[in-house]
Unconditional design. Structure first.
Length: 254
């Protein structure tokens, strides 16, 4: 299938908290084959995320993101890129779009990003400092929802693979604790780490994927699985629909 006008441009992947860029290499290859476009991953190490409990740490990561986006935009026929942020990377990418100075530097990402797709990003996080709550709360306060729409198209993807249960199996109990720390409710559906309600962003196109986990360690299928990527990618291009739900994975495979 030939790419649309919007998809005929490079794609940049920005990983999540404590992630190293190599974790997303398989996703990079899947997207490159799917879109026929150059796909790059922001160069990060796990240690790069440790200072992200402070705004100084955010600025360091934003500079890495900015270099990757600028490099990709230089070879883009549109002069812009599609930016994909997984987990905390999707939250921080919202700040990158801003024209306002942050730690002495105005990134103005909205000038080089036409579409931001977030995967399991805790946009609404009531957690404390060490659980990413400060980042989510600060960004939502200063740049609420899809703050730079329609200059930038926003798509928020949420997985629904596990419901939290404080009396359930070990994985359900763990999900209950993490969901509750993020949203205040433990007994809801999510991707094993982030509740779906926290991953959906006001003003964005919403995509929910049944059976999809936050990362490989949380389930058999995650946002970057080869069979899952085409689902959210294709749905993210359906701009005439504000909300898209996908049937259970078993049905999709049939």
């Amino acid at each position: 299938m030939a790419p649309s006008i919007e998809t005929a441009q490079p794609v940049v992947i920005f990983g999540g908290f404590l992630s190293a860029d190599r974790i997303y290499f398989a996703l990079r290859e899947t997207l490159a084959a799917l879109t026929g476009q150059p796909v790059s991953v922001v160069q990060t190490r796990s240690l790069d995320w440790l200072p992200s409990v402070s705004q100084y740490g955010w600025a360091t990561l934003l500079r890495k993101l900015d270099r990757a986006v600028r490099d990709a935009a230089q070879i883009s026929p549109t002069g812009k890129v599609t930016l994909i942020g997984h987990s905390a990377g999707g939250v921080l990418a919202r700040l990158y779009l801003s024209p306002r100075p942050f730690y002495g530097e105005a990134f103005r990402g909205y000038q080089r990003v036409s579409h931001l797709i977030t995967l399991g990003s805790p946009h609404h996080n009531r957690g404390g400092l060490t659980r990413g709550g400060y980042m989510s709360q600060w960004i939502e306060q200063h740049y609420p929802g899809a703050a730079f729409a329609p200059l930038v198209t926003y798509t928020a993807v949420a997985g629904q693979s596990l419901r939290g249960d404080r009396r359930g199996a070990p994985r359900e109990r763990m999900a209950y604790r993490t969901y509750r720390s993020i949203s205040g409710r433990g007994d809801e559906w999510g991707d094993g780490l982030v509740p779906a309600s926290a991953a959906l962003l006001r003003g964005a196109q919403h995509i929910t994927l049944d059976g999809v986990a936050h990362f490989a360690m949380f389930g058999e299928l995650w946002y970057g699985s080869e069979t899952i990527v085409p689902l959210w990618w294709a749905a993210s291009q359906e701009q005439d629909e504000h909300t898209t739900s996908h049937p259970p994975i078993e049905s999709a495979a049939a």
